[in-house]
Design a protein around this ligand. Structure first.
Ligand code: COA
Ligand code: MG
Length: 290
């Protein structure tokens, strides 16, 4: 399966935005039951989201449909799951995950709810940097044996709140050190776990050029997709996380050069030395090609 390039958030209580779910071009929609929904609206959001899933059961889906539930220790997550699992979501996003133990608990809950899911393969994408303790556990995902784990992603807004920070940006307008650090830890933890690294949201949704540059940088660092908050961000994200024709052609030549030299760990191409890391990078580009 190709990695999901764009995950578009839609507030789970917005009938108007949910009506646009099939026309955004996103690889995945995330119906949000958490931060985008006010406490009083949680029941209504569960109902609307369940109906949106029921209207689009697998087979009638134009893109993957995910649900962001409330945090595992909030007392609301189980009600969220009871409402949405029979709609067979492709995945559940778990916010404010403190460690792989939260993901394991969610995973077991889904296992036990096979009367609702019909045994569907529901994936999990945790937000792994939203509490102060969470970044210290990132390395543990690699040997946690989480079969439903799709990837790891990170968030800077809740972490800033958890740290009592007035901003998560540095003087130059890029992420402050703490947020760069947890972003890199998340990226490495995802690859150590053999799952996708998913870049966080780009909050300035009118800044297309900034978004494009940030997406290209994220892909070149090893992220395979990113979350979006506005439909206008989707085509930019999809394009940036799709290898260009030139990249695909070059990657195919690298793979061919190794195939022509079986048993060799190093080959020359266009006057440059290529060894196994280059082969792996080329194979990754081909896997992401559309
Ligand atoms: N999904 C689907 N449709 C959306 C959308 C989204 N995430 N965001 C905006 N739209 C729709 C609007 O309803 C509007 O529709 P209309 O033309 O029929 O009126 C159109 O796209 C243009 O929207 P715009 O006026 O540019 O933005 P807005 O001020 O209505 O909304 C936000 C801005 C940020 C409130 C909105 O984009 C949003 O709700 N994003 C998701 C927030 C979220 O879920 N956050 C949680 C994770 S961080
Ligand atoms: Mg949040």
């Amino acid at each position: 399966m190709k990695p999901i390039r764009s995950f578009l958030f839609i507030p789970g209580d917005s009938e108007k935005k949910i009506a646009k779910a099939d026309s955004t071009g996103a690889d995945a929609i995330i119906f949000d039951l958490e931060d985008a929904v006010a406490m009083d609206n949680k029941p209504a959001a569960r109902k609307l989201t369940a109906a949106a899933l029921a209207d689009r059961l697998p087979g009638k889906r134009v893109c993957q449909l995910w649900v962001r539930i409330n945090p595992w220790d909030s007392g609301m997550a189980q009600d969220d799951l009871r409402a949405v699992l029979s709609g067979q979501p492709d995945g559940i996003m778990l916010p404010k995950a403190n460690s792989p133990a939260d993901v394991a608990a969610l995973s077991r809950w889904i296992d036990d709810a096979d009367n609702l899911t019909g045994g569907a393969d529901v994936k999990i994408l945790p937000l792994t940097t939203e509490t102060a303790i969470a970044p210290f556990h990132l390395g543990e995902y690699a040997d946690a044996g989480l079969e439903r784990l799709y990837g790891l992603t990170w968030g800077a807004e809740d972490l800033a709140a958890a740290l009592g920070a007035s901003t998560n940006l540095g003087a130059d307008g890029t992420w402050a050190f703490t947020y760069k650090m947890v972003r890199s830890l998340c990226l490495m933890a995802a690859h150590a776990s053999g799952v996708e690294a998913v870049e966080t949201v780009y909050v300035d949704f009118r800044d297309s050029e900034g978004l494009r540059a940030a997406c290209l940088a994220a892909r070149s660092e090893g992220f395979s997709g990113r979350m979006a908050i506005h439909p206008a961000q989707v085509p930019i994200i999809n394009e940036a996380f799709t290898p260009s024709e030139e990249e695909v052609a070059h990657a195919a030549r690298i793979v061919a050069a190794f195939a022509d030299n079986p048993g060799s760990g190093v080959v020359g191409l266009d006057g440059k030395m290529l060894d196994v890391p280059h082969l792996k990078a080329a194979q990754r580009v081909l896997a992401q090609a559309r």
